[in-house]
Design a protein around this ligand. Sequence first.
Ligand SMILES: Nc1nc2c(c(=O)[nH]1)N[C@H]1C(S)=C(S)[C@@H](COP(=O)(O)OP(=O)(O)OC[C@H]3O[C@@H](n4cnc5c(=O)[nH]c(N)nc54)[C@H](O)[C@@H]3O)O[C@H]1N2
Ligand SMILES: Nc1nc2c(c(=O)[nH]1)N[C@H]1C(S)=C(S)[C@@H](COP(=O)(O)OP(=O)(O)OC[C@H]3O[C@@H](n4cnc5c(=O)[nH]c(N)nc54)[C@H](O)[C@@H]3O)O[C@H]1N2
Ligand SMILES: [Mo]
Length: 697
Amino acid sequence: MQTEVRTVCRACGHGGCGVYVAVEDGKPVKIKPDWDHPVSKGYTCKKAHGYLELQEHPDRLLYPMQRVGERGEGKWRRLSWDEALTTVADKLNEIKRESGAESVVFGHGTGRDFHRFVYRVANLYGSPNVLTPGHMCYLPRIAICKVMGMDIPLCDYDNKPKCVIAWGSNHLISNPDENKGINLAHTLRDGARLIVIDPRGSKLANKADLWLQLRPATDSALAMGMMHVIVKEDLYDHDFVEKYTTGFDKLKERLERFPPEVVERITWVPKEKIIAAARLYATTRPAALQWGVGIEQNINCVDADRALIYLVALTGNLDVPGGNVIFGLPPGLPRARFALFHELPEEQKQKLLGGDQYKLGASINRITPHVVWDAIESGDPYRVRAMVLFASNQLAARENADRVYEALKNVEFLVATDIFKTATTELADIVLPAATWLENDNIADYWKVHGYVFPRRKVVDAPGEAWPDHIILNELGKKLGFEDRFWDTYEESLDFILEPAGVTWDEFKDMPYLQTEPEFRKHEKYGFNSESGKLDFYLRQYEDWGYDPLPDFVEPPESPAREEAFVSRYPTVLITGHRIFNFFGSELRQSHYLRKGHPDPLIELHPELAQAKDIENGDWVWVETPRGRVKLRAKLSDGIDPRVASAEFGWWFPEKGAPDYGWRESNVNVLTMDGPPLDPGMGATNLKGLMCNIEKV
Ligand SMILES: Nc1nc2c(c(=O)[nH]1)N[C@H]1C(S)=C(S)[C@@H](COP(=O)(O)OP(=O)(O)OC[C@H]3O[C@@H](n4cnc5c(=O)[nH]c(N)nc54)[C@H](O)[C@@H]3O)O[C@H]1N2
Ligand SMILES: Nc1nc2c(c(=O)[nH]1)N[C@H]1C(S)=C(S)[C@@H](COP(=O)(O)OP(=O)(O)OC[C@H]3O[C@@H](n4cnc5c(=O)[nH]c(N)nc54)[C@H](O)[C@@H]3O)O[C@H]1N2
Ligand SMILES: [Mo]
């Protein structure tokens, strides 16, 4: 007999689509879209089906394991949960006694429901250090918005934008955290104009009224160029600027550096297109700006972020229906209730790794990876002795992978929690098996979107002894000695999360969702949460930290502007990591169904570049940067500039087996850099806009 469970697919970790999962004999057998889900509106994708296939995959981690041989040798012994968590807690407490709690770095990957508990455990234990991919994914936007006195403004597709700019965002494929491609698709179907700002062609770029094919990592210059036009042609919102901003004159002065001719030289976008895009965006209201990580993974990250916010504000699109709206937090999720950074003694807070260097990151208690690897290698400013990772295949998804490998191999004690065996779990001392989104109840937190929370209902039991991360963390917290800050039962912990919303899990699980109703033009009522009470174009806080108070553009550390010897050795601009429809991060490569549709790692090349190198469509090619070389398959495309190539990220080969899983062969993070020069405030790394050489294998 089949039953059906209504839940939220988290194959994308965060965001997620409403689904019904059919269950037969305790197994999930079919996924159907939920047409009443207010964000996904009947959309789902292949990745959800991938999870059905992988439910009983032989590479699933089923039991807690302890390494018995050398690191990476692949010899393990099974532990009970009690034994595993006691071993971890005893080791962490020993390290704390000997070296201080800061010597343990906790870590997680892309946004997931249980993260709130990672911070809770880390901070109660006494460590300020939680390593995430946030330094180059979303957190720069969130952090700089906070400096400006607001939360992050997001596209309000529900109120019919008449124009959309997709800026470094391949929304129809990536369906990122804050919204779903379906809502952009509906907006376009209803006749909205579209500007795409992306070095690569895509289905979305094909639909655009204007496609600005810029040179990677030059977004801040382009945004400044568009503002230059908008100000010069008097297309900006005078009322907003006069009433709600400060520093406009200083911004205007800075914009003088960015006339269209100059911006054309920097960005490779013809000045006519820059002017046309500025005019279209500024004169079609309301207009929404959809931003993706395309803008954030380079040295100009925060400058691009703030320049885009200024574009939104100047054109009168901030917090208006159909523009970029600052949605309220969902009911019941003030994060401070979980992350207990504020409870850390001042002295511990000060030990945040890289805190004196990347001050914007430090302002939201986040760190960039190289400071952790530095501390493992050199003991500076103190030795990091242990890492406790949750849901993060660091070898695949962290920049400069060879360095990550060395650090993980050399750290004294490594704990990895995952659903599957990976090359990263193979390096661990203790591996903890996690349950998938199908296998546990939780609160699907769309905190970046529209203030929604959805009940994510458990569909089936986890195989073996896999536990939800939420429980693993709850029990680890108790073993570490914080019994009074964790819960006896799973349900009680969910009740605690929901408490401010005034419902229990038992009540919530039968509700469709809870939402904080959006409120528009809040600045008119409350101003901005900055010292001036206004939106500052000139950021004094940034100046005080020793950074440029106004947005600017600097050449990436590896770029066509480098010296002749470098550029002739590495002549092609390299993007690493445009999103793939069939996979999420480094996940799902185990699925036959998904691999059939996308078997190999690809790099997009223009036919002209390919011809010069005697490369044909489908050939394997070496891609090399000063860090190393990896192998991908050429996909020829007219949609990319002959001077640029764009490679997929997250590739490894589960089918090649333990302990190595072919993690290095086609891993573009072997090519990327983790060290300075990085974005000065946030430590965002250069994953886009590097230089490489490409040769046929
Ligand atoms: N070169 C390059 N590098 C990039 C990017 C890029 O564009 N280019 N993108 C960056 C971005 S934006 C991000 S967010 C990061 C992503 O960084 P990560 O999230 O660290 O990426 P993954 O390698 O996909 O690791 C996720 C792991 O979590 C496991 N997993 C999935 N669900 C669960 C769960 O519920 N519990 C547990 N315990 N494990 C689970 C998966 O099996 C997988 O091994 O990568 C970054 N790295
Ligand atoms: N299917 C699938 N969906 C995903 C993910 C996945 O791995 N697979 N990952 C999730 C995660 S963690 C994130 S953060 C989001 C990211 O979602 P998106 O932000 O959409 O991410 P990308 O596809 O990496 O980059 C978007 C676009 O930026 C372009 N781009 C590259 N370099 C530049 C540049 O310098 N400037 C500009 N303007 N554009 C540039 C790329 O060509 C690409 O088309 O997606 C999430 N959704
Ligand atoms: Mo991300």
